[in-house]
Design a protein around this ligand. Structure first.
Ligand code: HEC
Ligand code: HEC
Ligand code: HEC
Length: 131
């Protein structure tokens, strides 16, 4: 005789394994934004790198910006040098938004999703003025 209980458990496990990728896909595909890197500046880069490593930028870009603001406004220092010797002007508009000129599809895509509204654009020039 077959053990019908085992067959049912087996069917449930099979159904779970079979549908798991679809469930995972549905969860990751909904909601979470994919900030676009499709800008002329970034497309022209030979190495697709941000100022610091991507993981750091994803979670800590606001701290880098805050450090820059202090360096410029308090110390009058406008040049940021990375560990590997690359130099950047510490400027929201001239540096971040030069590469990430698609503010709406990059910065805003994440911020709208995370429901954060940085007030920077009250004073700083955004790309809509640059274009
Ligand atoms: C030289 C061009 C360049 C400059 C300047 C630049 N970025 Fe980036 N940024 C990139 C590239 C290219 C990536 C994608 C890196 C990757 O895919 O690993 C990126 C990634 C990021 C990410 C992570 C995106 C994600 O999907 O998690 C954030 C956040 C970010 N940048 C913010 C900034 C901010 C804020 C500034 C200014 C302080 C800045 N970037 C300056 C080119 C630049
Ligand atoms: C990968 C998603 C992502 C991208 C891309 C991104 N941000 Fe953010 N940003 C966030 C999140 C999430 C927060 C809120 C973090 C928190 O509250 O701890 C945030 C917060 C900030 C803050 C601090 C806001 C505040 O009021 O404290 C600033 C400033 C900021 N982002 C600037 C930028 C700029 C400029 C760009 C585009 C060049 C950018 N971000 C792109 C996800 C992103
Ligand atoms: C009330 C107006 C105001 C607001 C709001 C504001 N800033 Fe600024 N910020 C200034 C002024 C003024 C300077 C000095 C400009 C200079 O000397 O180039 C400055 C300088 C900076 C600098 C260095 C130089 C530059 O041109 O980028 C950074 C980086 C910066 N701010 C980031 C931010 C970020 C990030 C936010 C939002 C969280 C923000 N600021 C919000 C007024 C403001």
């Amino acid at each position: 005789m077959y053990n019908s209980r085992n067959i049912i458990i087996g069917l449930i496990i099979f159904a779970g394994i079979f549908t798991f990728p679809f469930i995972l896909n549905a969860v990751t595909a909904s909601g979470a934004p994919e900030p676009s890197l499709d800008t002329p500046e970034i497309n022209a880069l030979s190495a697709k790198e941000c100022i610091l490593d991507t993981d750091y930028m994803t979670s800590n870009h606001m701290e880098l910006l805050a450090d820059w603001k202090i360096a410029v406004v308090r110390d009058g220092n406008r040049i940021f040098v990375t560990d590997d010797g690359r130099e950047f002007e510490m400027s929201l508009q001239n540096t971040c938004l030069e590469c990430h000129s698609n503010k709406a599809d990059f910065c805003d895509a994440c911020h709208n999703y995370a429901k954060v509204e940085p007030n920077c654009w009250d004073c700083h020039v955004g790309p809509e003025v640059l274009k």
